[in-house]
Design a protein around this ligand. Sequence first.
Ligand code: PMP
Ligand code: GLU
Length: 390
Amino acid sequence: MKLSERIVRMAPSATTAMAAKAKELKDQGRPVVSFTTGEPDFNSPKAARDYAVRAMDEGQTHYTVNAGMKELRQAAADYYERHFGLRYGVNEVITGTGAKQLLYEAMGCLVNPGDEVILFAPAWVSYFEQVRLFDGVPVIQDTQATGCIPDPQQFEKLITDKTVAVVLNNPNNPTGMVYPHDVLEKITRIALKHGITLINDEIYERLVYGVSFTPHLLQLVPEARDFVLNINGVSKSFAMTGWRLGYALGPEKLIKAMTSMQGHITSNTSSISQWAAMGALKESEEDVERMRKVFEQRRALVLRLLADIPGLSVLEPSGAFYVFMDLSAFLGEGKKWATDVDFCEAILKEKALGLVPGTAFLSPGHVRLSYSCSEEQIVEGVRRLKEFLA
Ligand code: PMP
Ligand code: GLU
């Protein structure tokens, strides 16, 4: 069988692949500590579970309209009004099978072959491949020299007549950076000036520590509304990864196009998940804050422990649940490990510790640690890391 060129050149998702490898080892009986996937270890909020059970009992087990139930789209719009003072109508909202699907659909609706999409590296693993799946060209702006915060001037220089979109991910996966408001404002103004779509992935917007996520970039630049697609979902802040429920809010033209595309892919996401998300968005505020506080404590713990490892350079995060570490002092020719990929494979094999290589995020020489696991696991995992590096 001959596979398409498109799929042959695609690299599989390294985050999910590393998580699967860690799990395989665990199934073999090894005492694995996995810092791989960004997945909260909490159970989903009670309201979400209750809504889902009620929906099943009441026979809400049929297809819904492709964009998702009107009540849920309204709940997402209400959430944006409550938190950011932004008003969206139900026709400007789509729900789908995770934010991942909505990002994919957005690329499908915006990118023609050869079109360019600007990504800020380090960048979450799937953006690059999603652009290429539509024969688009990812154009990478490396932000490491500016502390993993995009430089607006450099961004503007990368825009060509082929640029159709830019992906902003704030708070950022894998760095945990929360972008300053002046940077957000400048980038939004530049996107607007050049008429390119800003895909604003803010799935970690509730998970910030000691800084404020608000004002929203559309509160800073309201006139950019027709060029911004907000991507969000219940996976991270509400600990609902398995339900596969993401939502997006943006200009009706784009939402309508994404809805048509979704009609040929999954139709709607699971009706039960839609009900669960309604419970989450309407009645789970306290759960979100409770979990955020736990992440805040874990963040402090992991940073304290990592600071004790000689030679390790850690970028202090203020959002999400990741720490991105520079391992370049330990890698290279003549050293024990040539690359971050070799390092991650070796530490998984020898110490049963799962980490994700920076290469997956377009930043070789680094590793990402996800602290969305228990304090005991954090302590044990960092102990193994320290021992391995020593
Ligand atoms: N965007 C970012 C930055 C993420 O880290 C994730 C994590 N999977 C997603 C989107 C997709 O989330 P989901 O599909 O679970 O909603
Ligand atoms: N977004 C999470 C991560 O980066 C989950 C895995 C994925 O969807 O890539 O680990």
